[in-house]
Design a protein. Sequence first.
Length: 225
Amino acid sequence: MGFLENFEKGLERLVTGAFTKTFKSDLQSIEIASAIKNEMDAKSSILDRDRILAPNSFRVRLSTPDFERMAVLGQPLIAELTESVTRHAKKQGFQFGAALVITLAQDGTLPIGRIEVASQTQEVKVQWTPVLDVAGKRYLLSKSRNVVGRDASADIQIDDKGLSRNHFEVVWDGKNAGVRDLKSTNGTKVSGRAITEIGIKGDTVINAGHSEFVFRVIAKSVPNE
């Protein structure tokens, strides 16, 4: 329901009012978004407990009358659909291996109001990359051991007087991650609990000093050789 409500607030103001006044069709723009969402949910692949890869390319087939009517709305419709589907993917914890693409196509065999959606996951190599988000900045965790602190010697230096010079480290073996406190003065908390060391998964919150860090594992496409 949240997805539909958010979609209506944005897209319906732009599209539905003019659409329903101008055209007589059973098809509503919001139904296209719902069809794409259903296709995404059905075709997403669970790679492990914390990582779900969703299709990134969606081709929406419409009857000739519906296609012609939607074509009048042009790029603003595609932009709103893309934004709404992206929000849905984020809410569901889905990730894309490549840029999201939505296209509309005409199919003279379809009856008015019918929507057919086909999806595809672009054939790219996906590398799962750990990052640490803090204060609106994203830091790539490029080593097996990544030290966080306020000193210049730390791999990730944060200007926070509540942090020790080398406060904690995030370890990554290519699949699993963990956090280890480095005998800091004020301690390190994971999901609100003080820790010495602990395994973590995607979207785990780490509190240290006066800062909040969020550990994530994101999908990055790797060029085919």
